[in-house]
Design a protein around this ligand. Structure first.
Ligand code: MRU
Length: 329
């Protein structure tokens, strides 16, 4: 089923706060249905993040910030709320950054959480502005997973330069990896690009090498869940392969992220905690079993791309090389 035109959500944030309630698009149902979830307390915030009603590092961070504000307004034990929210998912650094930011700003909690959300939006706009400079008229760009408005409240990180380039009148085309097992590319990135009339094609995860080899892709731009001190990154499972393919075929590979994703306390990518999700995500597609019941399954949600494969980091402060990273955050 196609979402009706009037339900297109160009101006709808992924997550917002109304009075003491935290509201969000329930991303599990897109693109077939536009449904919403209301978090009444921090248990709901934990559930929304864990069950991936909201996902994508900056959006997880904003949801957590709203969750802390809500807990404070409800006079809950804040340390307990913070620990519970932080335990929802292990990889996206924004979750920890946002909770710690709120713990240091507990006066006027709603105002501070809303400012945090606005700050993320502004950073994404700036990522778009800088990233646009890398994109030439006629470029074909590959992206993996969803690092768009849904993953960041508004505008996106990896999708921000594409939005800005499209707005500037450049003719671009985006190759969208479907991103098994949860299909964030096919369901969410495609939905966002479709809503904005940005030309794109959804491809199965195994097809990007084919197009890169034939010279049909000019660059790769992805988001990230965590950048660490030496410039290694963790992003959606499958990102590493794309980076290696890009290097082998001499096309640039860029990572777009705000400062809230940068964890300078971890030295190298192999130390990043990688989330393992439930077997069901691999075993089933839309509730339909696709594997023999007895076959064991593994389901890491992220992988690590070493800095040597990354040509630049598109940030709210500009575009930087690995060696420049430590000076900007
Ligand atoms: O498991 P998800 O959907 O939360 O994974 C999201 C990603 O891997 C994104 O690329 C990343 O969080 C950056 S979002 C701007």
């Amino acid at each position: 089923m196609k979402i009706k035109m009037e339900e297109r959500t160009k101006d709808l944030p992924a997550v917002w706060m109304e009075d003491e309630k935290v509201k969000m698009i329930d991303q599990r149902y897109l693109p077939q249905e536009l449904k919403f979830f209301t978090a009444e307390d921090y248990e709901d915030i934990h559930k929304a993040i864990k069950d991936m009603m909201v996902r994508g590092a900056p959006a997880i961070g904003v949801t957590a910030a709203f969750g802390i504000a809500q807990a404070k307004l409800q006079e809950k034990d804040i340390e307990e709320a913070a620990d519970h929210i932080k335990s929802a998912r292990p990889t996206a650094y924004d979750l920890f950054y946002a909770v710690d930011h709120m713990l240091a700003n507990l006066d006027e909690p709603t105002k501070k959480a809303k400012e945090y959300s606005e700050m993320i939006k502004e950073k994404c706009r700036r990522i778009g502005k800088y990233g646009n400079e890398l994109i030439k008229d006629g470029h074909d760009i590959l992206t993996h997973c969803n690092a768009g408005a849904l993953a960041t409240i508004d505008y996106g990180t990896a999708l921000a330069p594409m939005r800005a380039a499209n707005k500037a009148g450049k003719k671009i085309h985006v190759y969208v990896d479907e991103t098994r097992p949860r299909l964030q590319g096919a369901r969410l990135t495609a939905w966002e690009l479709y809503n904005e009339d940005i030309p794109h094609s959804v491809i199965v995860d195994n097809a990007s090498g084919h197009y890169i080899q034939r010279g049909e892709i000019d660059m790769v731009i992805v988001g990230t869940d965590r950048i660490v001190a030496n410039g290694d990154i963790a992003n959606k499972i499958g990102t590493y392969e794309k980076a290696v393919l890009a290097k082998e075929n001499d096309i640039p590979f860029y990572v777009a992220a705000p400062v809230t994703t940068y964890d300078k306390n971890i030295k190298e990518g192999m130390k990043i905690p990688i989330e393992e999700r439930e077997e069901k995500e691999v075993r089933e597609i839309n509730g339909l079993s696709i594997t023999p019941e007895g076959s064991p399954v593994k389901n890491p949600a992220f992988d690590v791309t070493p800095a040597k494969y990354i040509d630049g980091y598109i940030t709210e402060k500009g575009i930087f090389s690995t060696s420049e990273l430590k000076d900007i955050f």
